[in-house]
Design a protein around this ligand. Structure first.
Ligand code: NAG
Ligand code: NAG
Ligand code: NAG
Ligand code: NAG
Ligand code: NAG
Length: 948
């Protein structure tokens, strides 16, 4: 293990997180170096802005945002927002978090595949590198098609790492290239003109000066090469270039020195900015390919932009649940129908039914009508014995929903699969989703409860201890366990309506058990609206105090501060909107367990991810529980304001009042690196406090936000290679490593997938005196699994003595091997244009044949430029190929058209035609034909030909 850490440390190849004092995390273009994080983020922002611009133009709207390297997520989000309604708060959290997910996955490649030449295009591994890229692109397209956006982002991030490294590690830039090397994303193009394995490519640098170390004949013949790299040995083929830098031992052997452009101080650092700029352009090119294959709306969803709120239901469908199902139907239909077409309309719907022994399937759709149809078709079914597969259903929803989703579980029975508790908890921590249970069981606590259903006695019952399982999961997620009768469920579902709004933020979340009287404080800021306080528990007595000293007791339904709904064990206080700003107090007295949650709507929110500082100052993402007693950093992004000061980032004890303060370092306008000296023993939530410096207000105002999800540390950590694709029917072996703080011990291992795929794994591992152990999980997807299906594998390690545990969650995409690498081809058959000077008076038309050769066949044809009308017909040519005939008709004022044809595996062919080409002349009868630039593929061919 030690050697692995060292590897990560010395890995200079395009390190994402560099020591904050050296080069990374600087604001852009201040003469510093660009990291993978910045390259990826800029490419996503610029491409997203282009997509929004094109949509705006096609809808006749203005789009004024300049698309350059100065873009920020909030600026892009604002420009992309179609509603001018400023009334509803806009959240850029999902946009930030999609970008973050992508670049963290990019960064993880440096740790997980530190020594893989293919992942970094070292050692002239161009073919292997391109294979990783093109397989990744196919997997991203398939994932997007299946709505598996999380897997898509993870795969996208990883493939971008290799794509971006090409520009730093090869001599593409030194060859004087002015455009990205498109062949890297086009598997059908020949990858040639790579320097022969025996051809020397470099000469030694002159002292520290490596400006001219590539051999002139390599440059002259435009031969591609990349630097050799090894931290173990100085061996390399004779005459080859090295990567360079102190960690690369090959660069100390003839020819001495290297060619990498990783940062401005690298051997070819003088080309760093050019290589980084080219990497941004190349990343945009791959994003464009994905956009064309999947469509603009899916692309916006991939980057997390079109997400507002998600309506996610996990519903028990046993016989006694018919009333609950009716209520789930009623409340979801009401939300859908009242918000259709408004900015508050949910962007995605998730539904998972469960009973016993079945659960699933997961329905994940952006189409409200499909969701309605699915929920309508749920029919209660008497499964016999009472406990149900509740946690299996929940696990499926957690893995399939976007991060930070509010999930509602409807049931009246205990969970049969309670052994999944720790896996569900791990997924809650990983996804930061919130789970609220709506339990309809009419009798009181402490005894077995039997349910009378429509006069007949059924044996459904639920024990206090069984409810506790739901409570525990609700609490770690920041949700609630609401216990009501079937009659009053319809009042309790107000919490669903509350949560299904965009830009929901948590201000405070507290659980207490056993409880004593306690005061809690929270600050309301001017950006908030619809502030709601929830108190759940059997007997809590509370009073709320406003900043001006006005108070209202929890037993007063309508008072000076707000209105209070009491149903079952829930009290929900909607605060009036006047006099809100300032510090509020709530005093709660209870002899029993209770929870307190304060939420509101605001565009100001934050997101955090753990990053670990490895030796040498490099930061790497850490996507599970941090080590208790050791330091860790939080990478924090604050959304919703360009002028925000963060004053405190705190770890607050989840069921107590201990606090650990972080040290905050600003990394630009909205990003912060927060160092935590010691991860505490107790579970905690992350709280952020600061000031909003709104220019329209004279004084800055205080604000606070809190992460709803509880976090905790562990004394063991588990890591596994992030892997993106597995083939159906073929066992896939994934190695994982367990590390403890050197005390050793035997750990129980569990591995599960959310889709109940076949998994085999060692039942326990001994970490011995080394404090580490390795294991292998073998995972097999059924052979009929559809390509693009995602599956999450959760591997857990638990110390059976203390109960301490940690986990790793790996997302996979199931993909049948892609054999179709050929893009559709477009051939213009005729153009008829009779365009007078006054263009609005006439129209022109074009007809084109689109074919996919021996590929999988054309799946769709659309317009990405031109606002005329497109119609398609299908014929079979003489040689038996299917031809899609496109007929396009447009006003003479719209002189350009670009068609996109996508085949069944997502290969894209485009074809652009313009009738304003200066080389064309209008003939007397007005008809003419123009030359057109053929499919982009041909341009790519040309490029590879030039270098071929
Ligand atoms: C990147 O693309 C932009 C816009 O197409 C272009 O102006 C710029 O020159 C390109 N940069 C490089 C290094 O190729
Ligand atoms: C939320 O607040 C906004 C602005 O104050 C208001 O227009 C809207 O009706 C509120 N929504 C709900 C559900 O109360
Ligand atoms: C709101 O503020 C006004 C003026 O400061 C005060 O008279 C009134 O009582 C306050 N109302 C509440 C509900 O705090
Ligand atoms: C996984 O572990 C096995 C056994 O230790 C080893 O043979 C194999 O090479 C490892 N696979 C990878 C991809 O590291
Ligand atoms: C491991 O961690 C525990 C708790 O932090 C501590 O008591 C123990 O001494 C540590 N062991 C080592 C070898 O660091």
């Amino acid at each position: 293990m030690v050697s692995q850490v060292v590897v990560a440390v010395f890995l200079l190849c395009g390190t994402l997180f560099q020591p904050p004092d050296v080069a990374a995390f600087k604001p852009l273009f201040q003469g510093g170096s660009l990291t993978h994080r910045e390259i990826t983020q800029l490419a996503i922002l610029r491409k997203t802005a282009e997509v929004c611009r094109d949509i705006a133009i096609s809808q006749g709207r203005d789009f004024t945002l300049p698309i350059n390297n100065g873009l920020t997520p909030s600026a892009v989000q604002k420009a992309c927002s179609t509603s001018s309604a400023s009334s509803s708060a806009l959240s850029s959290l999902s946009f930030y978090s999609a970008i973050t997910e992508t670049y963290l996955s990019n960064a993880a490649v440096d740790v997980a595949f530190a020594l893989s030449e293919a992942h970094h295009v070292d050692n002239e591994a161009f073919r292997e590198g391109r294979d990783l890229i093109t397989k990744g692109v196919a997997a991203v397209k398939a994932s997007v098609q299946q709505g598996s956006y999380i897997s898509a982002r993870i795969t996208l991030g990883a493939l971008c790492h290799t794509l971006q490294d090409f520009y730093s590690h090869s001599n593409w830039v030194e060859l004087g290239s002015t455009a990205p090397f498109s062949t890297l994303i086009k598997p059908e193009l020949l990858l040639n003109n790579i320097a022969d394995p025996s051809t020397p490519t470099c000469k030694s640098c002159i002292g520290p000066n490596c400006a001219d170390n590539i051999l002139p004949e390599i440059l002259l013949h435009k031969k591609l090469t990349s630097g050799y790299f090894s931290i173990f040995s100085s061996k390399k083929p004779a005459g080859k270039c090295s990567h360079g830098g102190f960690a690369d031992r090959t660069s100390s052997r003839e020819p001495i020195g290297g060619i990498n452009k990783d940062d401005i101080s690298s051997d070819h650092g003088f080309l760093h900015l050019r290589a980084a700029e080219m990497a941004i352009n190349a990343t945009m090119e791959v994003l464009q390919d994905i956009r064309l294959a999947t469509g603009d709306q899916a692309f916006l969803r991939l980057v997390g932009l079109s997400q507002t709120s998600v309506l996610a239901f996990v519903i028990d469908t046993t016989g006694s649940m018919s009333d609950d199902i009716e209520e789930a139907k009623r409340v979801s239909f009401s939300i859908i129908d009242s918000r259709r077409g408004t900015p508050e309309e949910p962007s995605e719907y998730i539904l998972v039914p469960f009973n016993d022994p079945d659960f699933g399937p997961l329905t994940r759709t952006d189409n409200a009508d499909i969701f309605k149809e699915r929920i309508n078709s749920l029919s209660p079914f008497d499964g016999g014995d009472t406990p149900e597969m509740c946690l299996s259903g929940l696990l499926l929803a957690l893995a399939g929903a976007p991060p930070s989703t509010d999930i509602f579980v409807f049931t009246d029975a205990a969970a049969k699969d309670s052994e999944l508790k720790s896996t569900v908890q791990a997924m809650i921590e990983r996804t930061k989703s919130t789970v609220t249970f709506l339990l309809t069981n009419p009798f009181s606590f402490g005894k077995r409860r039997d349910v009378l259903q429509s006069g007949s006695f059924t044996s459904r019952s639920i024990y206090e201890s069984e409810i506790q399982l739901y409570r525990d999961l609700a609490h770690v997620s920041g949700g609630q366990t609401i216990e009501v009768t079937k009659d009053t469920l319809s009042q309790a579902t107000a919490v669903i309506t509350d949560a299904s709004t965009s830009a929901l933020v948590t201000l405070l979340q507290v659980v207490r058990s056993p409880a004593i009287a306690e005061n809690f404080f929270f600050v309301l800021d001017p950006s908030l609206s619809n502030v709601t306080v929830y108190v759940t528990g059997d007997s809590p007595v509370f009073t709320i105090y406003s900043p001006t000293g006005v108070s209202q007791s929890g037993s007063v339904a309508d008072g000076p501060l707000g209105s209070i709904l009491t149903v079952g064990n829930l009290k929900r206080v909607k605060l009036n909107s006047d006099n809100q700003t300032g510090e509020w107090k709530i005093r709660i007295n209870s002899i029993d367990f209770y929870s307190l949650i304060v939420t509101g709507q605001s565009s100001v929110n934050f997101l955090f991810n753990y990053v670990e500082q490895l030796e040498g100052g490099i930061f790497a993402p850490k996507e599970n529980r941090p080590f208790i007693g050791r330091n860790v950093s939080l990478f924090v992004s604050v959304t919703g304001g360009d002028s925000i000061t963060v004053t405190d980032v705190l770890l607050v004890e989840a069921s107590g009042s201990d606090v650990v303060h972080g040290t905050i370092k600003s990394l630009g306008a909205t990003d912060f690196l927060v160092n935590i000296d010691r991860i505490p023993e107790w579970a905690f939530v992350v709280q952020l406090k600061g000031q909003l410096n709104d220019s329209t207000r004279s004084l800055p105002s205080r604000f606070q936000r809190q992460s709803p999800t509880q976090q905790q540390g562990s004394r063991v950590t588990i890591t596994a290679q992030p892997s993106s694709t597995i083939e159906p029917g073929i066992p896939f072996a994934l190695n994982f490593t367990l590390v403890t703080n050197a005390t050793g011990g035997r750990y129980t291992i569990r591995a599960r997938t959310d889709r109940s795929f076949n998994v085999s794994f060692p039942s326990s591992l001994d970490t011995g005196t080394e404090g580490s152990a390795e294991g292998t999980v073998t995972l097999t997807a059924p052979s009929d699994t559809e390509s693009g299906t995602d599956v999450t594998l959760t591997i857990e390690a638990e110390d059976p003595g203390s109960g301490d545990s940690n986990y790793v969650a790996v997302w996979f995409t199931v993909m049948t091997k892609v054999t179709d690498f050929s893009s559709p081809v477009c051939q213009v058959v005729s153009i008829k244009a009779d365009c007078p000077f006054e263009c609005s008076k006439a129209s022109w038309e074009l007809s084109a044949n689109l074919t996919d050769g021996n590929g999988t066949g054309i799946a769709g044809v659309s317009l990405i430029r031109g606002n005329g009308s497109l119609s398609l017909s299908y014929v079979m040519s003489a040689d038996g190929t299917n031809v899609t005939v496109a007929f396009y008709n447009a006003s003479c004022c719209s002189q350009e058209v670009e068609l996109v044809a996508v085949d069944r595996v997502g290969n894209v062919g485009t074809c652009f035609t313009s009738i304003k080409s200066p080389s064309t002349t209008i003939s007397p009868n007005g008809s003419y034909s123009v030359s057109f630039s053929m499919c982009v593929a041909l341009v790519g061919l040309l490029v590879s030909f030039l270098y071929g």
